[in-house]
Design a binder for this molecule. Structure first.
Ligand code: GLA
Length: 376
């Protein structure tokens, strides 16, 4: 195990008021093995001044573990995942990963830019999903650990070649993960291109605030700051309509458990086997603001989600079916985790009424996501 100790001393001067269980922030690293095509992969563990830890793999930018205290100060790992790299490579349903170039679905894997049509791989019939066959979740990123005033941090960099997975333009991407001393997992994404292209980066952790592998998430209380959502067709592609949540099971403007209405006979719930939709963030796009709050009544853990993105996918683990065994031998059954993926709307390149996902040379793509934890 490698420790990035010299940097730690800098931080101890700036961590502020000492807390109970206060610890020295640190970053350590160890091998996570080698990919099937021979690339070495490292796991980095960020520990903040409150004793919380986030472990990140530079394969796929995957958050493999996130240990957060409950109301009694007991730490549990609250994200689903695997023990080994080979399991992530072989069968991960995007556990904890960095999604790109285009998070979510593109209908028939097709989009047009300046009159030219691009065809992406159809990896989720009949659509392209989460960047294609070898998206950003399956590449090895260059990693730079660094201690910041906010907390321990890991900067990931990847240069995606022009034409990679069918997307135009060489894209230079950075994703900086910081486990702040306020118990926030903060993700800052930046990208630049040398040709006009499309982009939509996000984070795909499956959370269970009671602890990963402890069962379903139906009793979690959810509040979504969204008046509208984008209904989908039978292939989970938005119809283009931006619909009001009022009077539907998609209205989470007041705290409601995930399970309260998930089995209702609403057409949209039937199509997705539960919630797997994009909500339109009520805040003005581009500004950082809270879009969602989730509380687990058992442990008292609370997660707020902040973003600059114009929307977010709320997915309730409807494709988990008990066939995957995760860390600690836990079996992941139906709805044993939920994701909140702040992002642009699915299939935006094919919907003129959705905010643009086009990135031009000279511009910088930006998305910030904060998962902020507390307990009550
Ligand atoms: C996203 C999608 C879901 C599903 C998962 C991965 O959240 O919206 O439909 O594909 O990823 O299983």
């Amino acid at each position: 195990m490698k420790s990035f100790a010299p940097l730690v001393a800098v931080v101890s001067l700036v961590t502020g008021t000492p807390l109970m269980n206060a610890a020295e922030p640190s970053i350590t690293s160890k091998s996570f093995g080698t990919t099937t095509n021979g690339k070495k992969v490292t796991l980095y563990t960020l520990s903040n001044s409150k004793g919380a830890t986030a472990t990140i793999s530079n394969y796929g930018g995957i958050v493999t573990s996130l240990k957060i205290p409950d109301r009694n100060g007991n730490f549990s790992d609250i994200v689903l995942g695997f023990k080994t790299l080979s399991e992530y490579e072989a069968k991960s349903p995007y556990f904890g990963c960095l999604v790109g170039r285009y998070g979510n679905r593109i209908a028939a894997g097709k989009f047009t830019l300046d009159g030219k049509t691009y065809q992406l791989a159809i990896n989720n019939k009949p659509n392209s999903l989460h960047g294609g066959l070898k998206g950003f979740d399956k590449v090895v990123w260059e990693a730079t650990p660094l201690m910041t005033k906010q907390g321990p941090s890991l900067k990931l960099t990847y240069i995606s070649k022009d034409g990679e997975e069918g997307y135009p333009g060489t894209l230079t991407v950075t994703a900086t993960y910081t486990l702040t001393n306020k118990n926030e997992l903060k993700l800052v994404y930046r990208a630049k291109t040398d040709k006009k292209t499309i982009i939509n980066l996000t984070q795909h952790s499956y959370f269970n605030l009671a602890g990963q592998g402890t069962g379903d998430i139906l009793d979690h209380l959810v509040t979504l700051k969204a008046d509208r959502f984008t209904p989908v067709d039978k292939n989970l592609i938005p119809t283009g309509r931006i619909a009001s949540v009022k009077g539907t099971p998609f209205d989470f403007r007041k705290p409601t458990t995930i399970g309260a209405r998930i089995n209702e006979k609403a057409e949209q719930l039937k199509i997705a086997k539960g919630y797997d939709h994009n909500w339109v963030a009520a805040k003005l796009s581009g500004q950082l603001g809270v879009v969602a709050t989730v509380e687990d009544p058992k442990s008292g853990r609370v997660m707020e989600v902040l973003t600059t993105a114009p929307g977010f996918q709320f997915y309730t683990g409807n494709f988990l079916d008990g066939t995957l065994t995760g860390k600690g031998g836990k079996i992941y059954n139906f709805r044993n985790g939920f994701c909140i993926e702040p992002q642009h709307y699915p299939d935006s390149p094919n919907h003129k009424n959705f905010p643009t996902v086009v990135l031009k040379p000279g511009q910088t793509y930006k998305n910030t996501i904060i998962y902020r934890f507390s307990a009550k």
